[in-house]
Design a protein around this ligand. Sequence first.
Ligand code: SAH
Length: 339
Amino acid sequence: MKNIFDYTFDELNELILELGEKSFRTKQIWEWLYIHKVTSFSDMTNLSKDLISKLNDKVSFDYIKLKTKQESDLTNKYLFELIDGNFIETVLMRHDYGLSICVSSEVGCNMGCKFCESGRLKKVRNLDAYEIVEQIMLIEKDLGERIDSVVVMGIGEPFDNYDAIIRFIKIINNPFGLAIGARHITVSTCGLIPKIREFMMLPLQVNLAISLHAPNDELRSKIMPINKVYPLKDLIEVLKEYIAKTNRRITIEYVMLKEVNDSLECAEELSNLLRGMNAYVNLIPYNETSHIEFKKSSKDQIRSFYDYLKKKGINVTIRKEFGSLIDAACGQLRAREGD
Ligand code: SAH
């Protein structure tokens, strides 16, 4: 049975019409779900008994379970148990501009980036859209506050679970419910070119971030195996198409790995690669993990890399570090309890 949080607004409307009801019910139900956050159809007190029982026959209302929550000043990390017993993690960050959430898109990940903890567990399965939507629902409930922005940068490669991600975006973006604006949603990919192409054709104003992490094929293939399938030249070409088509700026993520990709030669190659592109580079201080040998670049090295790019006219920022005390930072999420 399909979960209620898997329905887009339009699909729910179709179901309502199929059940012989009028369209205005769709908005009522949507508000019960996303504004009042009820946990069963019978709590929707303005629906008839008949409709409630028809919905119960057709649609499930299962929730993923919040297992544990770790808090530090600006970050919470949540561990959720899925209905089939798998685990995923979600991170909440408090910025000056509001609450931002980093959702997982898969159980495990198949991309195999060498520096990433989350990928140590191979993909077990895709998440369904409802399991991604509920990460937000349960955290809003936990905090009694609204989430302002969402990044799809937790465990998993979102474009390896494309359909669910698009469904998820449509659901949280709907103005009658969670109403998270498209410009407040960012999807991050390691560079699955065919999906970037599909994504740019959609009429959604969602931000795209690319995990680039290296300015040439030799190095990129070493740390990101996906580069052997979709090499840099092709990736940069599709990004240019994306920018031309959407008129939107893209974010280039570049994790700073000591003595791997942080030299000024790399900065030079990167600036050549991105010259003239409507892109901005986010330098990410690497979060070290005990299982992986990569080290973080020194603050001075990050600064010199930053200064070099700046001098070359590249838009660049250094990402603020979040959550490293509770292993909630990028690449530190794990999909298993107690691992
Ligand atoms: N699969 C997607 C989204 C998940 S990773 C992607 O590749 O974009 C989110 C970001 O965190 C990626 O840029 C990833 O490369 C980066 N990352 C992974 N491990 C990290 C670590 N230990 N420290 C800092 N960033 C890391």
